[in-house]
Design a protein. Structure first.
Length: 279
């Protein structure tokens, strides 16, 4: 049986059509869904990512506000900008582009974002609520992956899931989301011993380690569901996907798998934030 391609690009396209209609409905009620993006410094990759997010807003008819701050910005100055957006009733979502310059306390600034506007799912409070099964906006990449798995009706309950990577915005929330769907979850990281033996047990494998093709083809279990959340300049992900269709039962291509779902989930969660506003 041929492996299922978990096509994030196609699902994001379908989702955009739905979001566009819902944005239009809100506008007819006098609510303009609005995402504020904060970019500190002039990192080319960050500039590209922010531009992509703003372009997606435009495609679905959503408003976006660009806050651009210099490389020399202090923690206090960034906190002031965040607080201003928190107090702006016309802003429904706030995205602080990661990473920020080294002199800034990034965690303090993330946690200053109003939880009701934390559409990127970066606050500690939001993570805690999500992990406990309470209402919260999930971190966008793992939340996008969960939407992909749901769309393609991939069974999660009772499966052995291995997440390779433990970052606060990908690996850790990914593990909690899978756990909340009753998977048995193992998190691997740079200090994990005999990592290949653990990966070989994975019914669901998520590569989120940030190293090009770190996970080798021969480590992957037959008929595993393979999710590659990485993307590198070499135009590859964190997993060696060559010939993966002959081994996996389902997999995300790189590019076109996880990436489009990350931005789409950010836009969807901004819409959901705006929908909570009482007219």
């Amino acid at each position: 049986m041929a492996a299922i391609i978990l096509d994030g690009k196609n699902l994001a396209h379908i989702s955009e059509d739905s979001i566009k209609n819902e944005v239009s409905d809100l506008k007819n009620k006098g609510i303009n869904p609005t995402l504020a993006t904060i970019l500190v410094g002039s990192d080319p990759s960050s500039e590209t990512y922010v531009r992509m997010k703003r372009n997606t807003c435009e495609r679905v008819g959503m408003e976006s506000i660009a806050v651009e701050l210099p490389e020399s910005t202090t923690t206090e100055e960034l906190l002031s900008s965040i607080n201003s957006l928190n107090n702006n009733e016309g802003v429904h979502g706030i995205l602080l582009q990661h990473p920020v310059p080294s002199q800034i306390d990034e965690r303090k600034c993330f946690d200053a974002i109003d939880i009701n506007k934390d559409v990127d799912g970066v606050t500690c409070l939001g993570f805690g609520n999500m992990a406990m099964g309470l209402p919260a906006f999930g971190s966008c990449t793992p939340a996008g992956i969960m939407r992909l798995l749901e769309h393609y009706e991939i069974e999660i309950q009772g499966k052995n899931a291995v997440v390779v990577g433990r970052s606060p915005i990908l690996g850790k929330p990914m593990a909690m989301m899978l756990l909340n769907k009753n998977a048995t979850v193992t998190i691997c990281h740079s200090r994990t011993q005999k990592i290949e033996e653990i990966i070989k047990q994975a019914d669901i494998l998520v590569g989120a380690v940030g190293i090009p093709e770190f996970i080798k083809y021969e480590w992957i279990k037959d008929n595993a569901v393979v999710i590659d959340a990485g993307y590198h300049p070499e135009k590859c992900g964190d997993i060696d996907l060559e010939n993966i269709e002959s081994k996996a039962s389902a997999y995300t291509p790189v590019p076109g798998g996880v990436g489009p779902m990350t931005i789409n989930t950010l836009i969807l969660q901004t819409l959901q934030s705006a929908q909570k506003i009482k007219t």
